[in-house]
Design a protein around this ligand. Structure first.
Ligand code: PLP
Length: 331
């Protein structure tokens, strides 16, 4: 797969580390060896997975002559924080449409990512109720901005279209190069599965290069069948855009939905255990909404002997720790 055919901004200057987690693995009984891919250390304000996707999406915006970015997310969205961060670096305006998925959860002076929206000088935030037509809201805003002479470009939630997912195809290639250089074999990979671009991109990148590394997604909001269909659709479209000859088989997509709890962004006991355990064994910060719940899934799978004894399991750390500061009461 030739990824150089698509414009990008080169936000990912060097490979993020793959680290062993010996103390964390031992705390889980030493049955498997857990490794972590540190995408929480990607560039962009406070790091995280959206940087890989925005590398391609913002390049596309600039190719299209945009001077303004509009995107959307939840009230503590890491995607909104990173989109704003890269817009600032590019000298573009950035407007955010925030979905209040949990009623009453938006606080104008809230901490975490919300604080960073203000600190980085967001042009506007529009808060809409949960279940709103987010694309429709962004299009309305785009029409207004056009009337004022601006050239807006809409990036969908999570930058999870085929352009953004290409960033995670690149990540799968990066991982394989690192494994080759360090002579490390990975038997299984676990990734968070939200707006689906990360999961879809990793699967396309692994399958398309015949890596032989099975990938499991841990859901943060949807039911298993709905999420698997969403990831598969995006993976198929992304693979087509990259010119992959065969269609991506549906059985390459596996999701676990038993770690969501009551719903998106609502804390679970498994999440708090995972965040505390990784902090106290390896001093690595997860987040309450995505990586914490995904790691809760990995912990449970290890305890239930899902992986063969002695396996090497790679967890993709997608970032998000600024949101911890909006959840002080939970911890
Ligand atoms: C967006 C996000 C995810 C999920 O990635 P998707 O591509 O939306 O599935 C995981 N972790 C963090 C920290 C995120 O911000």
């Amino acid at each position: 797969m030739n990824l150089t055919q698509f414009p990008r901004r080169n936000y990912v200057q060097s490979a993020t580390p793959i680290e062993a987690l010996p103390a964390f693995s031992k705390a889980l009984g030493g049955k498997v060896n857990i490794f972590i891919k540190r995408d929480d250390l990607l560039p962009g304000c406070a790091g995280g997975n959206k940087t890989r996707k925005l590398d391609y999406c913002i390049a596309d915006a600039l190719e299209n002559g945009a001077d303004t970015i509009i995107t959307c997310g939840a009230v503590q969205s890491n995607h909104c924080r990173l989109t704003l961060s890269w817009a600032v670096k590019e000298g573009m305006d950035c407007h955010l449409v925030l979905e209040e998925r949990v009623a009453g959860s938006y606080k104008k002076d809230g901490s975490g990512n919300n604080f960073l929206f203000q600190l980085m000088g967001v042009k506007s935030t529009t808060v809409v109720p949960g279940g709103s037509d987010m694309l429709g809201e962004m299009q309305k805003l785009a029409e207004q901005l056009k009337k004022n002479g601006k050239k807006p470009y809409i990036i969908p939630g999570g930058a999870s279209n085929t352009i953004g997912a290409t960033g995670y195809v690149a990540c799968a290639q990066e991982i394989q190069q690192q494994l080759f250089e360090s002579n490390l074999t990975i038997d299984h990979m676990v990734v968070p599965s939200g707006s689906a671009g990360t999961h879809a991109g990793i699967v396309v990148g692994m399958y398309g290069t015949n890596a032989g590394i099975p990938v499991s997604g841990v859901n943060v909001s949807r039911k298993k069948d709905v999420q698997e269909e969403l990831v598969h659709k995006l993976a198929v479209e992304t693979a087509e855009r990259l010119g992959m000859r065969e269609s991506l088989p549906a059985d390459q997509i596996t999701c676990f939905d038993n770690y969501v709890g009551e719903g998106y962004s609502i804390p679970t006991d498994g999440m708090t255990e995972a965040v505390k355990l990784l902090a106290r064994t390896e001093s690595i910060l997860l987040d309450p909404v995505y990586s914490g719940k995904s790691m809760a899934g990995l912990i449970d799978l290890v305890r239930n002997d899902h992986f063969a004894p002695g396996s090497n399991v790679l967890f993709l750390h997608t970032g998000g720790s600024p949101a911890l500061y909006a959840y002080l009461d939970t911890f």
